[in-house]
Design a protein around this ligand. Structure first.
Ligand code: SF4
Length: 387
């Protein structure tokens, strides 16, 4: 059994590692649903049993996020079973990821029961040629259908909407990306956009294409110019850039993702899920290492590997997560968590940084949008002080 405190706020992540097929840029663990339907029922059974066991030890989960993979690979009844087991009706926010090609009105029954508050849909692009290059299953017509259905769910059940878009794609211009964004926002009342820059992950089809020279991707300067253009447009559309890749209006941040960025406690269940749990000064990570078949056929709570995170590592993780947000590092929280004065520790490094990268106030250290673009370099320099 995983160790976690039964008092205080705990969030829950459930991993559904099935996709229709694998996208060319994706390095996440998932299995093609059509080849693995036989495991799906057994997978859901074990996941439900694990949820019930942990839910019996907490009053409720603060937030719940069902991600993947593609949770749209589940039937509406399977999704409902998992949400009921997790006492989803008691949570402040319940997000379900859904790909447009598998989203249908069948899921509206689950929405009508108040078990889901937020839908996060991977659109990525509105252009057929780009979707094809990315190896997405959805085409423009699927995306249009998915967005329209999501808007219906918003109107009928108050479901909050978030759409994922990708930028810096081969052959894509800033104007193309702005046109995708505007089309999504014309078709829906989404208050949240996740905007991901294409990255080439080792072992993916995209990495192979780049290696062969059949696909070219933007260099760092090209990416920064691209991001400046699309970020400025989101600003003009009154979206708050509250995390490196996330934008919201009307204060509709993803509360669940804020848990990750604040390094608060969350439990991840399901094949390949990860958890971070703090008890006093001890922080634990759990990584679920079983593949889908082993997960579906093994006893409950096997395959979760525990790692005790030492205090330096905890501090590094806090910097890495908190600096992604526009609330940055709260120096008092840093002091309370790590018994160290942020200014004393980091002032020599911060003084050597370009002043356009950050705002350093008495209580807060926050990166600017330009700082977001060079986040890795800033983290590297700060981490040298800790190690
Ligand atoms: S749908 Fe998402 S998780 Fe599945 S392969 Fe594509 S990017 Fe990866």
């Amino acid at each position: 059994m995983l160790s976690f405190p039964s008092d205080g706020d705990l969030s829950l992540y459930l991993h559904i590692p099935f996709c229709t097929t694998c996208c060319s840029y994706c390095a996440f663990y998932s299995e093609p649903i059509n080849e693995n339907t036989a495991f799906l029922n057994a997978y859901v059974d074990r996941l439900e049993q694990e949820i019930l066991a942990v839910a019996s030890r907490v009053e409720r989960f603060a937030t719940i996020f069902i991600g993947g993979g593609n949770p749209g690979s589940l039937s509406a009844e399977q999704l409902r079973r998992l949400l009921v087991a997790a006492k989803a009706g008691l949570s402040d926010e319940v997000t379900v990821e859904m790909n447009p090609e598998t989203f249908s009105e069948a899921f509206f029954d689950v929405f009508s029961e108040g078990l889901v508050t937020r839908l996060s849909m991977g659109i990525q692009s509105m252009d057929d040629a780009t979707l094809n290059r990315l190896g997405r299953n959805a085409r423009r017509c699927d995306n249009l259908r998915g967005i329209n259905l999501a808007q219906k769910a918003h109107e009928a059940y108050g479901i909050e909407l978030s759409f994922d878009l990708m930028v810096c794609l081969p052959g894509q211009t800033v104007d193309d990306a702005i046109s995708d964004l505007k089309e999504v926002l014309t078709l829906s009342e989404a208050d949240h956009i996740s905007l991901y820059c294409l990255t080439v992950e080792e072992g993916t089809e995209l990495a192979e294409q780049v290696g062969l020279g059949t696909t070219t991707v933007l260099d760092e300067d090209g990416q920064q110019n691209f991001l400046s253009g699309i970020w400025a447009e989101l600003g003009r559309l009154h979206f708050d850039h509250y995390e490196v890749s996330n934008f919201c209006r009307n204060e509709k941040k993803s509360r669940h993702n804020m848990v990750y960025w604040k390094l608060d406690d969350y439990l991840g269940l399901g094949s390949s899920a990860a958890s971070t749990i703090r008890e006093g000064t001890v922080s634990r990570h759990y990584s679920q290492v079983q593949d889908l078949r082993d997960y579906a056929s093994s006893p409950l709570f096997t395959g979760y590997e525990e790692e005790i995170v030492d205090s330096n590592q905890q501090m590094e993780e806090y910097l890495m997560m908190a600096l992604r947000t526009n609330t940055g590092i709260d120096k008092q929280v840093f002091q309370a968590r790590y018994c160290k004065d942020f200014d004393t520790l980091f002032l020599p490094v911060i003084s050597a940084l370009d002043s356009s990268w950050f705002n350093d106030a008495k209580d807060l250290f926050v990166l600017t949008e330009y700082g977001f673009m060079v986040l890795d370099e800033i983290l590297l320099r700060l981490a040298l002080v800790i190690s």
